[in-house]
Ligand binder design. Structure first.
Ligand code: PEP
Ligand code: MG
Length: 549
């Protein structure tokens, strides 16, 4: 019998396929003496040519933005100046990997010095260097694999930049050795509607090409699954689709209590899918994608155009824009201090506006300009609000820009505990359960080993949700949940029972949440909430509710 590999499950589906590893960047070996410099120079040229040819070939098979990015990278790799310089260094006695590293360092510095668009391409050069060095050393190509058929992507962990080119047609499921329930991998998997198991350290033993069944709901990876197990997973998937396809339209419980169902939006390639989803709008528009991997903040005009595109796609519907959430897991060179010892407890989220006030001003001006030009109902909220004074200050800035609805995210226990004071000074509240769990349990949200503490079913977290929802109710303010907790259909019922008025989830999770709501009355949701609150820990809370469903 094969041993099941256990981690933290994401998503509800199960899928089988062959493993393909995301190879790490090669470490630069110690310098070595070169016996035949002209052969070394030829090898360096050949490595660069092979990288260019490989990228060109991949570009012809990719579509859209992915094809453009790959073609641009292939052109950079084929730059004769690069090959010339690296080959000259090798001909003068440097070993191949160091000839390449020194050359790329020089080009990188030149790009950074040029600033603007050029500086933003510096990271592409690092990728090319890693590829050329890997080629020279006979190591697997770093980055996303390309086995030529659909695969289960296995990686140490995934960063947002690693996955920008991820092709949902090719990737069947994600498995990462590290990462917790609210890590980037988990969020990405939900956005793509892929089953995933994160924090699965034992997946290190899986070889390329081995068949696995990834069971997202249970957090299990089953190596060498029997054909019957694969067939059962496929049947369950089909049944789930049929069940959820039967319910449409605005969210409501079985007795008609309205709960707005919204989508989370985090990257331009998600826009068309998000807009097409049967939702009442966007509950969390993560604007960081415009700022990540940049040497400088995007201009007012560029931001206005980007926001306009989203607002136009949601004309007639709500779009809740979250202002830049820089710092901690989203560091930005122009906004974050590089030397904080505890970045998660440092100048991040709204606090960044104290350090770089112009960033927030430009962003609000761009949101306001785009909102004026479009038919969307634009709400604006700040991340990481800790005290009422910050919420009041932010609301005043938002209104100054002519934007009528200002909100605060509740992601810090202090904000939940004094939620009435927050509700008093702003128009709505939105609970970010990912960070709220992190700060409530003093547990790094990216650490898979702390998954039990980060479990969104933890009664202490639910207490804070209840306090926030109660405060919103007292002041007649909507209180949404836009963290990953809202995407769990059973937990969504508990949140509604606690008084939450909207749920914002990845588009791929909407249908199941809608179906769960339609199958239960508000009174039942309240009963589920009571049993979850009465439980001793997250697991007991989940078991208590699931046993009653
Ligand atoms: C959250 O913290 O729950 C949230 C929605 O924000 P993010 O995951 O982007 O930090
Ligand atoms: Mg957050």
């Amino acid at each position: 019998m094969t041993t099941l590999l256990r981690g933290i499950g994401v998503g509800t589906g199960s899928v089988a396929g062959p493993v393909a590893w995301m190879a790490p960047a090669p470490a630069l070996p110690a310098p070595r003496p070169v016996g035949d410099p002209s052969a070394e120079a030829a090898a360096v040229r050949a490595a660069l040519a092979a990288v260019a040819a490989d990228l060109e070939e991949r570009a012809t098979r990719a579509t859209g933005t992915g094809a453009e990015v790959l073609a641009a990278q292939a052109m950079m790799a084929a730059d004769p100046a690069l090959a010339e310089q690296a080959a000259t260094l090798a001909a003068n006695g440097a070993d191949g990997p160091h000839a390449l590293a020194t050359t790329f360092d020089g080009f990188r510095a030149a790009l950074l010095a040029a600033g603007g668009y050029f500086a933003e391409r510096a990271a592409d050069l690092d990728d090319l260097r890693d590829r050329a060095v890997a080629r020279l050393l006979g190591l697997p190509m770093p980055g996303l694999p390309d086995p030529g058929h659909p695969y289960v992507l296995v990686a140490e962990d995934l960063a947002p930049a690693d996955t920008a080119l991820l092709d949902p047609e090719q990737v069947l499921a994600l498995v990462t050795l590290r990462g917790g329930p609210t890590s980037h991998t988990a969020i990405l998997a939900k956005a793509l509607g892929l089953p995933a198991v994160v924090g699965c350290a034992d997946a290190a033993e899986l070889a390329n090409g081995r068949q696995v069944l990834v069971r997202g709901a249970e957090g299990v990876v089953e190596p060498d699954p029997a054909p019957e197990a694969i067939a059962l997973a496929a049947r369950r998937q089909r049944e789930r689709r049929e069940r959820t396809a039967a319910v449409h339209g605005p969210g409501r419980t079985a007795d008609g209590h309205r709960v707005a169902l919204l989508v989370n939006l985090g990257a331009p390639h998600e826009l068309s899918g998000a807009a097409a989803a049967d939702s009442e709008g966007v509950g969390l528009f993560r604007t960081e994608f415009l700022f990540l991997d940049r040497a400088q903040a995007p201009s007012l005009a560029e931001q206005t155009a980007a926001y306009r595109e989203v607002f136009d796609a949601f004309a007639g519907r709500r779009v809740v824009v979250r202002t830049l959430d820089a710092g901690a897991d989203k560091p930005l060179p122009f906004a974050t201090a590089p030397d904080e010892e505890n970045p998660a407890l440092g100048i991040r989220g709204l606090r960044t506006a104290g350090r770089a006030p112009q960033l927030l001003e430009t962003q609000l001006a761009a949101v306001a300009a785009a909102a004026r030009q479009s038919g969307a109902e634009v709400w604006v909220m700040a991340p990481m609000v800790s005290v009422p004074r910050e919420a009041a200050w932010f609301a005043a800035r938002v209104r100054e820009h002519g934007l009528p609805l200002a909100g605060a995210m509740v992601e810090v226990p202090a904000a939940a505990l004094r939620a009435e004071r927050l509700a008093e000074v702003c128009d709505f509240l939105s609970i970010g359960t990912n960070d709220l769990a992190q700060y409530t349990f003093a547990a790094d949200r990216t650490l898979g080993s702390l998954a039990e503490l980060l479990d969104p079913w933890q009664p202490a977290l639910l207490d804070l949700v209840a306090a926030t929802a109660r405060a919103g109710g007292e002041y007649g303010r909507p209180v949404g949940v836009c963290g990953e907790a809202a995407a769990d259909p059973a937990l969504a019922l508990v949140l509604v029972g606690l008084g939450v008025t909207s749920l914002s989830v990845a588009p791929s999770c909407l249908a199941e949440v809608r179906a769960a709501l339609a199958g239960h009355t508000l009174e039942q949701c309240r009963e589920f909430a009571e049993s979850a609150l009465a439980a001793v820990d997250g697991r007991a809370a989940r078991d208590a509710v699931l046993s009653r469903l």
